[in-house]
Design a protein around this ligand. Structure first.
Ligand SMILES: *Cc1c(COP(=O)(O)O)cnc(C)c1O
Length: 387
C-alpha cells in the first residue's frame, strides 16, 4: 500500500486491484461522470450476483443506505427502533435523523451480535409499555454473522420488519447464504476501511422491487414524474457517482480473493499468538453454518485477577500504545452505544456483555495487502509486550 507513511501498518486500509482504473478511465472517456451511468448499473448487478439479492441501489455511503432503509420501513418521528448497542455509531445515527428513538440491546458471547434472549425481553417490555417497535436493525459485527435463525423468528413472531446492517459483512455467509438478503432491506458499506471500497460508498439491497424503486426515487431528490421539477416528498442526494462505481466494479471482481486473504490473516494470528498467556484471538468459533469474512481480527485480554496490582495488568490501551511505538495501528472494539454521551438516555436491555468486550478487546491490523512479513511484525511487537 502507498500512503504518507510507508512503514506504518494500518488497521484496514484500502486495497486496490488492477482493473479499477479501467472502469474509471472508460467513464471519463465516455463522459459518464454523473450519479448515473453504466458503472452504476454494472456495480449494482455485481452486488446482486455476489449476494443473491434481487435488487441493489448504489448510494453515497452505508449510512445513507441505513437512512433510506429506515424510511422504506416506515420509521418516522416518535417511533422506536431496536438496535444492538455493540456497533459503530452509523448504525444508529439514521434513527435519530428521523426523529425516532433507538432502543439498545446487549450482545451474546458467541458472535458478539444481538442477543436473542435480550431481544425478546426488549420486545415484550416495549409492547407492555404500549409501544410496538417500528423496525429492528441487526448487525454482523466484524463480519461475523448474527444468530439469524433466532432473530428472524422473533421478528416474524412479533411482525417487526428487519434492516440488516451488513456494512462489515460483505462476503460472509449464514447457512450457506450470503448476508444482506435476510431482512426486508440490507445495507453494505464501501467506505475506505471496509473489505472492498469505492473510497466512500454504500448500497441498499432488497428482494422487493417496489422498495428498490422507492429507494432510487428518494436518493435522487424525489422528483415526481413530470417534465418540470415537481416534488411531493422530501428527497435526498444519495446516489453514488458513476466514477466511484467504476472503482466498485474493479473491487467486486476481487471479493472472493479478499475474503480468502482476511481469513488467512485471522488463521495466521491464531497460530502465531497462541502462546501469549491471557490473550485469545476472539470469535474463533464460527457457529454451525456461519462463515465470517473476518473483516477485522480481534483479540481479547483475560479479565484481571481481582487482587492484581494495577501495574501488573496489561490493558488493551497499554497494548495499543505499545503497538504505536512500532508504528502499528490498532483500535479498541466499538464502544457500546448505550455508553456514548449521545445516547445516555436511550433505553437499554442488558449491557454487561458488550461493556466487558469493550473493556478487554482490541482490533489488529487486518488489511489484505499485508504479507506474512507484516503480520510477523505485529506478532513480534505483541510478544515484546509480554516480555
Ligand atoms: C462502516 C459502517 C457503517 C457505515 O458505513 P459508511 O459507508 O461509513 O457510511 C454502518 N454500520 C456499520 C456496522 C459499519 O461498520
Amino acid at each position: 500500500m502507498r500512503s504518507q507513511d510507508y512503514d506504518r501498518l494500518y488497521l484496514s486500509p484500502p486495497h486496490l486491484g488492477r482493473h479499477e482504473l479501467n472502469y474509471v478511465h472508460k467513464a471519463i472517456e465516455d463522459n459518464w461522470v454523473a450519479p448515473a451511468g453504466p458503472n452504476i448499473t454494472g456495480f449494482e448487478a455485481d452486488i446482486c450476483a455476489a449476494t443473491g439479492v434481487a435488487q441493489c441501489v448504489a448510494l453515497t455511503s452505508g449510512t445513507a443506505a441505513i437512512h433510506l432503509g429506515l424510511i422504506l420501513l416506515g420509521v418516522g418521528p416518535g417511533d422506536e427502533v431496536l438496535c444492538p448497542s455493540f456497533t459503530f455509531v452509523a448504525t444508529a445515527n439514521p434513527i435519530v435523523y428521523l426523529g425516532a428513538q433507538p432502543v439498545f440491546i446487549d450482545s451474546e458471547a458467541d458472535t458478539w451480535n444481538l442477543c436473542p434472549e435480550r431481544l425478546r425481553e426488549a420486545i415484550v417490555d416495549r409492547l407492555a409499555k404500549g409501544k410496538k417497535p417500528k423496525a429492528l436493525i441487526l448487525v454482523h459485527l466484524y463480519g461475523m454473522p448474527a444468530k439469524l435463525t433466532e432473530i428472524m423468528a422473533l421478528a416474524q413472531e412479533f411482525d417487526i420488519p428487519v434492516l440488516e446492517d451488513a456494512a462489515e459483512a460483505l462476503g460472509s455467509r449464514y447457512g450457506g447464504q450470503p448476508l444482506g438478503g435476510f431482512g426486508r432491506v440490507g445495507v453494505f458499506s464501501f467506505n475506505g476501511n471496509k473489505i472492498l471500497t469505492t473510497s466512500g460508498g454504500g448500497a441498499l439491497v432488497t428482494n422487493d422491487a417496489v422498495l428498490a424503486q422507492k429507494a432510487r426515487f428518494l436518493a435522487t431528490q424525489a422528483k415526481d414524474d413530470a417534465p418540470y421539477y415537481q416534488h411531493s416528498e422530501v428527497g435526498y442526494n444519495y446516489r453514488l457517482s458513476n466514477l466511484l462505481a467504476g472503482i466498485g466494479r474493479g473491487q467486486m471482481e476481487l471479493l472472493d480473493e479478499r475474503v480468502k486473504r482476511r481469513r488467512e490473516i485471522f488463521a495466521w494470528y491464531r497460530e502465531h499468538l497462541a502462546d501469549l498467556p491471557g490473550l485469545t484471538v476472539a470469535l474463533a468459533q464460527e457457529p454451525a453454518g456461519s462463515r465470517s469474512n473476518r473483516w477485522l481480527t480481534t483479540v481479547l485480554l483475560a479479565a484481571p485477577e481481582p487482587e492484581a496490582p494495577a501495574a501488573a495488568v496489561l490493558t488493551p490501551e497499554a497494548l495499543r500504545l505499545h503497538l504505536e511505538t512500532h508504528n502499528i495501528e490498532s483500535r479498541p472494539l466499538w464502544k457500546p452505544l448505550h455508553l456514548q454521551p449521545l445516547f445516555a438516555t436511550a433505553p437499554m436491555y442488558g449491557g454487561a456483555v458488550c461493556a466487558d468486550l469493550f473493556a478487554r478487546g482490541l482490533c489488529l491490523p487486518s488489511g489484505t495487502a499485508m504479507g506474512d512479513a507484516e503480520l510477523r511484525r505485529v506478532a513480534d511487537a505483541l510478544h515484546e509486550a509480554w516480555r
